[in-house]
Design a protein around this ligand. Structure first.
Ligand SMILES: Nc1ncnc2c1ncn2[C@@H]1O[C@H](COP(=O)(O)OP(=O)(O)OP(=O)(O)O)[C@@H](O)[C@H]1O
Ligand SMILES: [Mg+2]
Length: 408
């Protein structure tokens, strides 16, 4: 194999996955569950399989680690056929995360994460170091290590599931509706955490969902499947939103494509508004003058502390004295970050019943104000409506972008 080809197939602990006419027929059933599936997933990418119930998503995924045996065709991991591998070993080496989490109830969190390393005969010290590292990686307090699964919330259990799947640094991760059973708020958090984690670990991930919004948010590429594992379109989220290949894809993506495109943007990608900022002790006359300027974008003043972190909205009463008070009368409401996905930001605004939300940078410093009006203007703009042109390419997570910059 030429060297360039080899790097493309396996990069820093991630391997490509290539389906070649992969077919699964269960028992004697006449119609195959998956019929001659061809699909190439590049090393380090998240490929989302999305489609209606029973279309063969789980089957396609399980053929990769041979939990389901291929009837016909092949799957190559890092260029090597899964059929040449020992099935039990393959299962251990490939991370697998499912909706039901499937933690062992009578083993502690640490023991759960250590399951596969122990099976592989790692020595005690190596197992201990790895579990500690993984707890930190998925953002769990080390103290939770001694608890049992029932003593954790659903979201925490799901993080343990991810940590366990990552235990042996797998070249491929299979995730079957991993966040399907989690409430919407925690789900959003887990999705964001996983994207941040992925920016660091860059695994090849096959991710199943039947939620198109989740697919758009999580996928580098999305395979839209219909019955028998037939891929109707395999493309990036923006390509799917902008040029759906056919009616099936169009129906599946839904009519509110402009709205869905918000999932491709981050809050920092749009021009934000400015609100007059006020510091405790500042003269209120100055602030009132700013509010009265004809070009004021936000008709309220934002109280910020000495490090420009938003503290609250100042009311008329707050500004009736000579100097700006140390606390604001009106609560701050939702505070967004420049790295938040725009669709989640809109949900936060609507949920908080706020017209305006302060946006902060990663240091918590005010970066601008997002309003419902800005989003609505974007949705009605020719950029969002155009069919030919990509409104935005899916932006990199900021840490991923700086990581790439650091590499160069
Ligand atoms: N163990 C099995 N024995 C027989 N048929 C099966 C088995 N597992 C799945 N099937 C059938 O294969 C087809 C594909 O099932 P699969 O579980 O892969 O679908 P899916 O896309 O994951 O669906 P869902 O979204 O509901 O999880 C279905 O028709 C299903 O009934
Ligand atoms: Mg399934």
């Amino acid at each position: 194999m030429p060297a360039a080809e080899a790097t493309k197939q396996s990069q820093g602990g991630a391997s490509s996955v290539v389906y070649q006419g992969a077919t699964k027929r269960y028992g004697h059933s006449s119609a195959p569950a998956v019929d001659h599936l061809d699909l190439e997933v590049e090393a380090g990418e998240i490929c989302v399989l999305v489609g209606p119930s029973g279309c063969g998503k789980t089957t396609s995924m399980r053929m990769v680690n041979r939990m389901v045996e291929l009837t016909e065709g092949d799957i190559l991991i890092g260029g090597e056929s899964v059929k040449k591998r020992d099935a039990a070993r393959l299962r251990r080496e490939i991370g697998y995360v499912i909706q039901q989490v499937g933690l062992f109830p009578h083993r502690t969190i640490t023991q759960n994460i250590a399951t596969v390393p122990q099976l592989l005969g790692w020595d005690k010290e190596r197992v201990r170091a790895r579990t500690a590292e993984l707890l930190a990686l998925v953002g769990l307090d080390p103290e939770l290590g001694d608890r049992f699964p029932v003593q954790l919330s659903g979201g925490q259990q799901q993080r343990v599931g991810v940590a366990r799947a990552l235990a042996v640094d797998p070249p491929v991760m299979l995730m079957d509706e991993p966040f399907g059973a989690i409430d919407p708020i925690n789900r959003e958090r887990l999705q964001n955490e996983f994207l941040r984690l992925q920016a660091e670990i860059r695994k090849t991930v096959l991710f199943v969902t039947h939620d198109i919004d989740e697919a758009i948010k999580m996928g580098d590429r999305i395979a839209i499947m219909k019955q028998h594992g037939r891929v109707e379109q395999y493309a990036t989220p923006s390509e799917i939103l902008i040029t759906p290949a056919n009616e099936f894809v169009e129906d599946f993506v839904g009519s509110d494509r402009a709205l869905k495109r918000l999932s491709l943007m981050r809050v920092g990608d749009i021009s934000l508004w400015r609100a007059p900022n006020a510091r405790p002790g500042q003269s209120t006359a100055e602030v009132r003058a700013e509010l009265e300027r004809p070009d004021v974008e936000v008709p309220y003043a934002l109280l910020v502390d000495e490090r420009e972190r938003p503290q609250g909205w100042l009311t008329k009463r707050d500004l009736s004295g000579d100097t700006v008070p140390a606390t604001a009368d009106a609560p701050l409401g939702p505070v967004l970050e420049t790295s938040d996905v725009m669709r989640d930001a809109l949900a936060d605004l609507l949920q908080g019943e706020s017209m305006y939300a302060p946006v902060v940078d990663h240091n918590g410093r005010i970066a601008g104000i997002l309003s419902i009006e800005i989003i609505s203007e974007f949705l009605n703009s020719p950029v969002a409506a155009t069919e030919e042109q990509s409104a935005v390419e899916r932006p990199l997570a900021p840490d991923r972008a700086s990581e790439i910059a650091a590499d160069e």
